[in-house]
Design a protein around this ligand. Sequence first.
Ligand code: NDP
Length: 328
Amino acid sequence: MATFKAIRIDKADKGTTAALTQFDEAELMEGDVTVRVEWSTLNYKDGLALTGKAPVVRRFPMIAGIDFAGTVEQSSHPQWKAGDKVVCTGWGMGETHLGAYAEKARVKGDWLVALPQGLSACDAMAIGTAGFTAMLAVLALEKQGISPKSGPVVVTGAAGGVGSVATAVLSKLGYHVIASTGRAAEAGYLRELGAAEVIDRNELSVPAKPLAKERWAGGVDSVGSTTLANLLAMTKYGGAIAACGLAAGMDLPSSVAPFILRGVCLLGIDSVMCPIAPRKAAWQRLASDLDRTKLSEITKEISLDQIIEWGPKILAGEVRGRIVVKIL
Ligand code: NDP
């Protein structure tokens, strides 16, 4: 019987367990494309699934991992043939559909994006859902009319995955980037990525006033809660904040004041079910607007058998930038 290596999540009496095992190929779920997975990555959500800290996994057994890049082995989908290089992020992989921390994945061809020219499979996973989400946030700000001329932009959770890619892309596009971090020791790293200013995240974690001094025209927030409330209160007239994360919490202790008195917009960002057209657009922009040297500077490589030990680290905010996982 054909088997392949995978990180398997099972239900236990208390919570869940995660282990590197051999998975039976016959247990792969339905899909019209089978992919040989070459690279994956570690996102915040993967940390939640690996540790069982939040109910991310909704089917057991599950193969963890929400992103992969690899080569098509078999396809009955008209768009894909054996040998094609593809990228897949989100769509419930690692949650409801068997995921990416495995040598093999079977998915719907409609979920796949061709590996953009100029990016290797490893680069694509160094970007992963976190970097893709950062680019969706940048595109949302642009659609809202925010440009480098509008004023500074703030990035929260800046030393994390979404934050590092957002900082690198926004600075390359010519924005004055204010990076907010809780890790003072990462100030040099953030300046190298292109941050013009680095601020202490404690400044943004005090209870927010309805309105405060206008500091930025736009922002990318991966933290949520009081931080997002402060970002909104400090956004200039007509500005916008793209909200993509909840590293500090799901709540939003804010008021309508920024919206009705300054015309500020709150832009919601979802990467998981993002339709295919904006997906392709975001990957194309990542290929052109993310400096490859900076990408390699923010990336650390680990192997499939190291993933489980890295899960708690990303939840503890100890991961700098992006982790890429070599599968084959
Ligand atoms: P990371 O862990 O890499 O980054 C999160 C960063 O947030 C940390 O590095 C830290 O940055 C900061 N942070 C952590 N805890 C706190 C806290 N208690 N208060 C303030 N800041 C904190 O995760 P990712 O970049 O992969 O993901 C970031 C967030 O975005 C997560 O909540 C994730 O679920 C969400 N997300 C959402 C997506 C979507 O589709 N909407 C897709 C991808 C991610 P620093 O040390 O610099 O302060």
